[in-house]
Design a protein around this ligand. Structure first.
Ligand code: RFL
Ligand code: PHB
Length: 390
């Protein structure tokens, strides 16, 4: 078998890339370890930047997004229960962001892939990349059979725990990492959200986030220990703690109900440089991780693959290798800015085990500055709605 681009992983990065390549007349095959239902069931991102929603429109997969996505023109910060709003639309001259779950995005991507006959191999096990410096190929197993695919390039879109990044020689790469000493305990519940927009809360007991998936489905997070025992968090304890951290005004609006999803996610910042070795490119979580505080992970995966698809288009249609040669530097320039924002937003909103009186006062001063300074709010807003593609 032969194709131009072998894509490893059919998460947001892999599927957006597959669609972009198809739209650009480039052949691709995506290999995915899991099945479709598993990927659509994974509860993850909730906030889409304009770049992501524009891309969905360009690919012709925005019908449901237009009907069901909820535009948020502002977001809210709270410090020990006192809340203030950042009017993102006014500050940036944009629409703001769209609340539409990653699960819905994946469903739209897969439905459209089926309709236009994109080649996705689900449940591909033992995926191995070969000869990434010369004439690349990929092998895998499925249904008890062994497969071999020759290609021009491989793109690792296989997430943080994938295999593509590890195929690059260690001597040719450098990675940068910060592991945060806490996680997020997240729940979903079919109750109306406590507030019509998101609330990022810094409380002395720890961070809390009030988010949503729709007017009838709420998504809430509490900062917790990395090795938190979920069994120690029956719903009532979760709601009580959330009420405390969001403060009495919001707490009074909180509608409680049974949760149907409860998981702990660790928080990490990570970048590998460069994002290309030989004929292997990396995109999305395979190359970088941000803590979820800025709602950036999936959006960053999208901006990577937009840049990569442009570069591959130049290579195949204009015979110009400039795009693929510049891909890593161009993508990393934006990645580091988003890493900075996600790290900063995490550091002013979370309780660190080492936080001393001085650190806490610094956090409170950051939030007090944000409450009153249009310049500070504009900086947050332009990052939150999404930096332009460089
Ligand atoms: P994914 O989604 O991890 O997909 C990688 C795919 O590769 C497959 N795979 C393999 N396939 C074949 N062979 C192998 N050896 C393979 N190894 C792995 C996997 O099965 C999988 O299907 O990476 P991708 O595509 O780069 O997308 C990244 C995003 O999923 C991620 O950044 C976001 O979910 C992060 N994130 C958020 N992003 C946002 O933009 N906005 C948000 O509001 C937001 N909230 C969040 C989040 C992530 C969270 N968690 C749980 C980590 C909230 C949370 C709690
Ligand atoms: C979510 O709704 O899952 C969500 C929203 C905003 C974030 C992170 C996650 O910053």
């Amino acid at each position: 078998m032969r194709t131009q681009i072998a894509i490893i992983g059919a998460g947001p990065a892999g599927m957006f890339l597959a669609h972009l390549l198809r739209a650009g007349g480039i052949d691709a095959v995506a290999l995915e370890r899991r099945d479709r239902a598993y990927i659509e069931g994974r509860v993850r991102a909730g906030v889409l930047e304009r770049t992501t929603t524009d891309l969905m429109a360009r690919l012709g997969i925005a019908q449901r997004l237009r009907r069901e996505g909820v535009i948020h023109t502002g977001t809210n910060l709270s410090c020990d229960g006192a809340m203030f709003r950042i009017d993102m639309a006014d500050l940036t001259g944009s629409d703001g962001v769209t609340v539409y779950g990653q699960q819905e995005v994946m469903r739209d991507l897969f439905d459209h892939a089926e309709a236009c006959g994109l080649e996705i191999v689900f449940e591909a096990s033992d995926v191995v990349l070969h000869d990434i410096d010369t004439t690349p190929s990929v092998t895998w197993q499925a249904n008890g059979r062994y497969f071999h695919l020759d290609c021009d390039f491989i793109v690792g879109c296989d997430g943080f725990h994938g295999i593509a990044r590890g195929t690059m020689p260690q001597s040719a790469t450098r990675s940068f990492e910060r592991i945060y000493p806490f996680g997020w305990l997240g729940i979903l519940a079919d109750v109306p959200p406590a507030n019509h927009e998101l609330i990022y809360a810094n409380h002395e007991r720890g961070f809390a986030l009030a988010s949503m998936r729709s007017p009838t489905r709420s998504r809430y997070y509490l900062q917790c220990d990395v090795d938190e025992d979920i069994a120690a968090w029956p719903d009532e304890r979760f709601w009580d703690e959330l009420c405390l951290r969001l403060g009495p005004d919001v707490g009074r609006q909180l509608v409680r109900g049974p949760s149907f999803e409860k998981t702990v996610a660790p928080l990490r910042s990570f970048v590998i440089e460069p994002m290309r070795h030989g004929r292997l490119f990396l995109a999305g979580d395979a190359a970088h991780i941000v803590p979820p505080t800025g709602a950036k992970g999936m959006n960053l995966a999208v901006s990577d693959v937009i840049m990569l698809a442009e570069a591959l288009g130049l290579f195949y249609h204009e015979n110009d290798p400039g795009g693929i040669d510049g891909y890593s530097a161009r993508a990393l320039d934006r990645v580091w800015k988003v890493e900075r924002f996600s790290w900063w937003f995490t550091s002013i909103t979370h309780r660190f085990p080492t936080t001393c009186g001085f650190d806490r006062r610094m956090q409170m001063a950051e939030l007090a500055y944000l409450r009153t300074s249009r310049a500070a709010q504009t900086s947050l807003a332009e990052n939150y709605v999404g930096l332009p593609l460089n």
